[in-house]
Design a protein around this ligand. Structure first.
Ligand SMILES: *Cc1c(COP(=O)(O)O)cnc(C)c1O
Length: 393
């Protein structure tokens, strides 16, 4: 984007378009199509459908376009394409780019549906996929080949908050001409500098921090104009990935408070991680902003924050973890994250239930593990809730 607005200004104003009525709030253009004054202008529109010219909502819509411009400005990319869900964005970014015979290297610690796309979908169409331990740079170096078209990873993994070094993995990928595609949900758009650090394409599930209030599914792919318009868009617009204008309006409103929310949540997360670290009913606390995190230095360099999630292992395994969850009053048992409401998840029996035991072991998903998404409640109330629930075990 061409202005030099700071982040919070962009989050409130970037991409706004006003109709002839000069409405204050972003308008929801709940329309599937557009009317042309003449047959000639319809013909013209179909030839060049430019940035301000829409022909069908599956291809683009003014409300959705406002959201795309706002997130691209935040992420520091030339362009973005909004999708109906985070998975439509992950699938779109990979499937639009890859052809039979191409090779992809991916970190192993992936969100379940991302793993499905890499393991089951891409391979079905003749794409070769190699999985590596994302934190081990030697494995990335050993895995890339001249046929490697893309590397894919979650910059911070779910639920054990392990980081991938974006700068170093990007160097390894670019040396063989591969594109770096990052699923950056856990890092949040606020703490992300992924593009600066070498990523070519950044993907978000906007269902998480961007909505931030648990209302709507959404996703977005951010990248160069070349990637978004020449590679991604043709695939996305013809296969029906589009975000609805109503969802885009929800996301636009989420963006206005995104910076404030993520910073407040990360501040509370650090306080909670510190308190839990000193609790002898807990065997391990994982939070990147704690000095005890094995990649603490990398986390500070890459995100400058620990993020908004805290993962911890309760002594006493599944039974203790369940008693703990059931005793929570403010914090809800659920599986979203990045929400204003704090959420406790027991990955072993929910989000990661279907993984075979050896894979759970490899990813560190133990029976006592809890993933806490820290919300916007008063941090004192949250700490009180956590301590009460620990006492109930
Ligand atoms: C939630 C999530 C997704 C999928 O997003 P949806 O909006 O649920 O489709 C992908 N990657 C990560 C890391 C996520 O947390």
């Amino acid at each position: 984007m061409t202005n030099d607005w700071k982040t919070r200004t962009k989050l409130v104003h970037e991409g706004s378009r006003r109709s002839q009525y000069g409405e204050m709030a972003e308008a929801i253009y709940l329309t599937q199509g557009f009317v042309y004054p003449t047959a000639e202008s319809a013909e013209e529109r179909f030839i060049k459908a430019g940035e301000d010219e829409f022909i069908y909502a599956r291809y683009g819509n003014p409300t959705t376009r406002m959201f795309e411009e706002r997130i691209a400005a935040l992420e520091g990319t030339e362009d973005a394409f909004a999708t109906a869900s985070g998975m439509a964005a992950v699938n779109g970014a990979l499937t639009a780019l890859l052809r039979a015979g191409d090779h992809v290297v991916s970190s192993r610690a992936l969100f379940g549906s991302c793993l499905y796309i890499l393991e089951e979908v891409l391979t079905r169409y003749g794409v070769n996929v190699t999985f590596v331990d994302g934190a081990d740079l030697d494995q990335w170096r050993a895995a890339v080949t001249p046929a490697t078209k893309a590397v894919f990873f979650e910059s911070m993994s779910n639920p054990t908050l392990e980081l991938v070094d974006i700068t170093e993995v990007s160097k390894i990928a670019h040396a063989v001409g591969a594109l770096v595609i990052v699923d950056n949900v856990f890092a949040t758009p606020v703490f992300s500098r992924a593009v600066e650090q070498g990523a070519d394409v950044v993907v978000y599930s906007t269902t998480k921090h961007i909505d931030g209030q648990g209302r709507a599914l959404g996703g977005v792919i951010c990248g160069t104009r070349e990637f978004i318009r020449k590679v991604a868009e043709p695939y996305l617009k013809h296969t029906g990935a589009a975000m609805s204008p109503f969802t885009a309006w929800i996301m636009l409103n989420g963006m206005a408070t995104l910076d404030l929310r993520c910073r407040a949540m990360a501040e509370s997360a650090l306080k909670i991680a510190e308190v839990l670290s000193g609790d002898d009913r807990i065997s391990k606390v994982i939070f990147p902003a704690l000095a005890s995190h094995p990649q603490h230095a990398l986390a500070m360099a890459q995100m400058g924050s620990g993020g908004t999630l805290v993962t911890f292992d309760i002594k006493g395994g599944k039974e203790a973890a369940f008693k703990f969850c059931n005793a929570l009053e403010i914090i809800k048992i659920s599986n979203n994250l990045g929400d204003a409401k704090s959420i406790a998840t027991h990955p072993a029996t929910t989000t990661h239930q279907r993984l075979p035991q050896p894979q759970k072991d490899a990813l560190g998903i133990t029976p006592g593990l809890i993933r806490l998404s820290v919300g916007l409640e008063d941090v004192g109330d949250l700490i009180h809730d956590l301590q009460n629930a620990l006492s109930a075990i």
